[in-house]
Design a protein around this ligand. Sequence first.
Ligand code: FMN
Length: 133
Amino acid sequence: MNTFIAYKTKNGASKEYAGWLAAKYKTEPVEFEHAAEKDIKTAKKIFIISGTYGGVMPLTDFTRTHWNLIKSKDVTLIAVGMAPEKNWWSKLSFFMLPGAIKQNVKYYKLPGLMPDKEVTEKNVKESNLDRVK
Ligand SMILES: Cc1cc2nc3c(=O)[nH]c(=O)nc-3n(C[C@H](O)[C@H](O)[C@H](O)COP(=O)(O)O)c2cc1C
């Protein structure tokens, strides 16, 4: 497996982004709990995706836990949330990542949704991934 895609979701947006990326890279996304070490080891390119909840991102723990295995690879973190990427709240989430990680990954904040507000569903769309490399 050349591209490894792991995600954690509560409201579904991270899973959608993971699915779109997986189709593009012809692989299957896995939830953090099901990430197999052998697949992480053999991957060259890695996407780690989760929502942000009060500034807490499950992707941080996952990345930290596996950092020794992935630090020399092409790692992209995708934080999903309601706050726009340029909002200070989003910047704070990025700032809270360990220094060794944030200096060695690509990082994006993409639009998420509120589960009880249908109007936000249209914000979660495949074209948001166009700038994700
Ligand atoms: C309790 C709670 C806290 C949240 N905090 C933030 C936040 O700090 N920043 C943000 O951008 N979005 C925040 N959101 C919006 C979520 O990030 C959004 O619902 C996103 O879609 C979550 O990812 P998921 O759909 O993969 O679970 C919050 C949502 C909830 C329910």
